[in-house]
Design a binder for this molecule. Structure first.
Ligand SMILES: Nc1nc2c(c(=O)[nH]1)N[C@H]1C(S)=C(S)[C@@H](COP(=O)(O)O)O[C@H]1N2
Ligand SMILES: [Mo]
Length: 389
């Protein structure tokens, strides 16, 4: 009973109950963080860390398809570098026939595209795994959608003339700092397979929602890699290195990896594509709902590739599931807002509300946590306990 492949409802509810039970799993801290939110950060963002700055969007305030710049979560590993655009350069080097050195103005003059894209931190929802888990304790709000304007990376690579032996493109930021088990400071860097880097939708963005990139979102230039976890979207870009070897930098071999088991051998692989997820914005944990009244359950759902096909809601802890209404139109690489009008029962007491998504590839959100994912890729269904009063 209750194997990983076939979780019984009872096991699942045990999981949900344990999660809601208290200190062991940290519901108390969830509540504390939630109340601290408004007082704490700019524009009501929740301060998770001040140096380096890590800010969370209070997901319960979700109201539309795009967030304003000052609502967008911030995930910094090192202090944000202050960059003067006049002195800044983007260098393109490595396995290219024509290395480039571009100024900010050069980039602003190149053909640009504007597209909506969602960024989610691979550690979003981590606080639901319990207080002892390593990493920033995000609740639901290490995720956001903005409209990004920038130059396709493919265009810059074409200008630099990539050599035939190239396999990856390394993106390096200006920010630097120390990490465990390495004797010197390192810069933040991540690589993309050349094929992914050459898709027209990977951007070198200089504008966010029609404004210059804010400092904490990577001014003057950042990558935006739609469909991949946020870690791939390197901020404060200064160097693009085309490489003939795969890159194994810190942020894709020590941190931001998960385990896979090809041939039964545990192997660490970099985190790339986003997984399917539905999140409930309202009600929030512990919210009091009036017995016998209608309540609009509201949230968002997204997936790394493909489309969100369906969102289902349960208001009885996972017994029965009903389809929610998808709002607006499907838009690749962003979230789909959804709602469900719930006739709150007349009987008072605690209730567990759940939402789960299904995508166009037939994938479903899991009900249970997968252990091989370390402290990342948290996309199992999360219970929201409310009180009917
Ligand atoms: N240079 C640099 N780029 C970075 C990071 C960083 O610390 N330094 N953090 C990454 C991570 S883990 C995420 S989730 C996103 C967050 O982008 P945001 O701060 O604009 O929301 O930026 C990514 N790019
Ligand atoms: Mo992240």
């Amino acid at each position: 009973m209750g194997s990983r492949n076939n979780p019984s409802r009872r096991d699942f509810l045990t999981g949900a109950a344990a999660l809601l039970a208290g200190p062991a799993i940290g519901t108390a801290s969830l509540g504390a963080a939630r109340t601290a939110a408004a007082a704490d950060g700019p524009a009501g963002l929740i301060v998770r860390e001040r140096e380096p700055l890590n800010l969370e969007f209070p997901f319960s305030t979700l109201n539309g398809p795009v967030l304003a710049n000052d609502q967008f979560y911030v995930r910094n590993h090192f202090p944000a570098p202050a960059i003067r655009p006049q002195e800044w350069r983007l260098r393109v080097e490595g396995a290219v026939d024509r290395p480039l050195e571009l100024t900010y103005d050069d980039l602003l003059r190149m053909p640009a595209v504007t597209t909506s894209a969602l960024l989610e931190c691979a550690g979003n929802n981590r606080s639901y795994l319990g207080p002892e888990v390593k990493g920033v304790a995000w609740q639901l709000g290490a995720v956001g959608v903005a409209r990004w304007t920038g130059v396709p990376l493919a265009l810059v690579l074409d200008r630099a003339r990539v050599r035939s032996g190239a396999v990856e493109v390394i993106l390096e930021g200006a920010d630097r700092g120390t990490v465990a088990n390495f004797p010197e400071e390192i810069r933040f860097a991540r690589s993309l397979p050349l094929k992914k880097a050459r898709r027209g939708d990977v951007l070198l963005a200089h504008h966010m929602n029609n404004a210059e990139l804010p400092k904490d979102h990577g001014f003057p230039l950042r990558a935006v890699v739609p469909g991949w976890y946020g870690v791939a979207s390197v901020k404060w870009l200064t160097r693009i290195i085309v490489s003939e070897q795969p890159f194994h930098g810190y942020f894709q071999s020590v941190d931001y990896t998960v385990w896979q088991r090809p041939n039964g051998l545990p192997t660490q692989v970099p985190i790339t594509e986003m997984l399917l997820k539905a999140q409930i914005a309202r009600p929030t944990l512990g919210e009091k709902l009036t017995a016998g009244k209608e309540y609009r359950i509201f949230g968002a759902a997204w997936t790394g590739n493909g489309e969100v096909a369906r969102v289902e809601v349960s208001t009885d802890g996972g017994d029965r599931w009903t389809e929610a209404r998808l709002l607006g139109k499907a838009n690749p690489y962003t979230w789909r807002l959804w709602e469900y009008d719930w006739q709150v029962p007349g009987r008072t007491g605690p209730r567990v509300v759940l939402a789960r998504a299904v995508d166009s590839e037939g994938r479903k959100q899991p009900l249970e946590r997968e252990k091989d994912r370390r402290n990342y890729l948290i996309n199992h269904v999360l219970p929201i306990r409310v009180d009917v009063v």
